[in-house]
Design a protein around this ligand. Structure first.
Ligand code: URA
Length: 243
């Protein structure tokens, strides 16, 4: 068996994403054969070495599961909320595996959230290198002028750098607001809200409708479903895993 980096082992075993696994290591919460490891380069062999997180031994998760959830507004995208607000985990019915949210939707945002115990897949879906498109249905205050629409599509200088090219379609507008779809290939925190605010049109409603090949479809708010085998294949292909 081949030695692998600890963060890779932890994410593959379904413990958490690779990025979060790195944090666990740096925080001194991971041990190998009884010794706390704090370096990100450290390697081990799952099944041979005794690898523990918070003192608890990990074992390889056999079955990988991917769940699509329609996150309603007023739910937090974490496993546990210190403020006691309802979390997306409260909505999962009939899923016995420990699955983790892939990225985040804001408390007041709604729509498609994927949850999985496949750390590598989760990592790739979020990493800008894999450019997985995420589409949002957005209601903004007012009517963005042509120049603002062009800026949203071409790139906006936010405090963490210029945004990558995005696709935008205007759906409809009324007296006070405009509905549009925005497709991004990166996933920074509050990105849609920050982009729209930067062109003077704050977001009033935000719903994610698509992640790569997976569509919200007619899933109802608060409901979840396991992805079909064909969807899993398409999703894995979209991030360069399998074929
Ligand atoms: N962009 C945002 O501003 N919020 C989200 O929840 C997702 C994308």
């Amino acid at each position: 068996m081949q030695a692998e980096r600890l963060q890779k082992i932890l994410s593959r075993a379904g413990i958490t994403s690779r990025r979060k696994a790195e944090k666990l290591i740096l925080q001194g919460r991971v041990s190998v054969n009884g010794e706390i490891i704090r370096e990100l380069g450290a390697k081990a062999v799952l099944g041979k070495d005794d690898i523990c997180v918070n003192g608890k031994a990990i074992k390889a998760e056999t079955e990988k599961v991917i769940v699509a959830l329609f996150k309603p507004r007023s739910y937090v995208t974490t496993l546990d909320d210190p403020q006691g607000r309802p979390t997306v985990v409260d909505l999962l019915k009939g899923i016995s595996e420990r699955v983790y949210p892939v990225g985040r939707l804001d408390y007041d945002a709604e729509g498609l959230l994927l949850m999985t115990n496949d750390g590598e897949l989760a990592h790739r879906l979020q990493h800008p290198r894999y450019k997985v498109p995420k589409t949002y249905l957005v209601k903004v205050r007012g009517h963005p002028p042509e120049e603002a629409l062009a800026q949203l599509q071409q790139g906006i200088n936010l405090e963490d750098g210029i945004t990558a090219p995005a696709e935008l379609h205007i759906l409809e507008d009324d007296k006070k607001a405009t509905w549009l779809t925005l497709t991004l290939r990166e996933g920074r925190n509050h990105q849609v809200k920050r982009m729209c605010a930067a062109v003077g049109c704050p977001v009033l409603r935000l719903r994610r409708t698509q992640i790569g090949p997976i569509d919200l479809g007619n899933l109802q708010p608060g409901k979840s479903r396991r992805l079909k085998a064909s969807e899993v294949r398409a999703l894995r292909k979209a991030v360069g895993l399998d074929g």
